[in-house]
Design a protein around this ligand. Sequence first.
Ligand code: ADP
Length: 246
Amino acid sequence: MGTESNIKLIDEKGLRIDGRSPEELRPIKIEVDVLNRADGSALIEWGGNKILAAVYGPREAYPKHNQDINKAIVKARYNMEAYSVDERKRPGPDRRSMEISKVLSEALETAIMVEQFPRAQIDVFIEVMQADAGTRIAGLTAASVALAAAGIPMRDFVAGCTAGKVDGQIVLDLCKEEDNFGQADLPIAIMPRSGRIVLLQMDGDLTVEEVEKATGMIMGAIKKIAELQRNALLTKFSAVETEGGE
Ligand code: ADP
């Protein structure tokens, strides 16, 4: 974020570098159960992002000294493939992916009824195959669907979006150029039914008023995203019904 540049990100008509209006989301598509061997999985395409979430568990936590006698441990692993960005990324974990894995694990743990599975572990693999800004939020949104598809009891979905500041304006759902050359990026994820915030980070600088405006935009977008999550799961369950009815 924040590499100062002379690139114009908003044109004289108020349209953004990819033609969107300030409050327009990129196209989002969620597909459920894309992997046979995971307990639950989801593929999300969000603008240029392509991210796979795969869930394994709950299973007995191993090694045993990691077990929590009161609840399941949630381990999300966020990984960016070497081919997911313009210049080949060095494969394997780095500081950024470790930080994202931690915040995503914590966000998911709040939503999962972990108390129902003492001594267990739930693994969530988030593989970024193509990155185009907003990958932590898109990965989290997909992971929440994959957990529900795995039949893991949850208090609610986790759904999120980002907003930020580009050319001095608050806009929703930053694309890569806006993330790279804009002035701020604010990813937020909530549990939509309760409105409880499970992830909030910020990069750059915003005034209190700008944060309020950005948050308002994000909350509006999250309603649409949660609807997409529900629809993706309904497709899965209606598909099961059709098979059973034959
Ligand atoms: P998020 O993807 O959640 O927005 P960041 O703000 O850290 O997280 O990254 C923004 C975007 O920058 C990523 O989505 C990706 O397109 C790009 N990016 C991140 N890390 C790298 C990297 N190591 N090499 C190239 N591009 C990267």
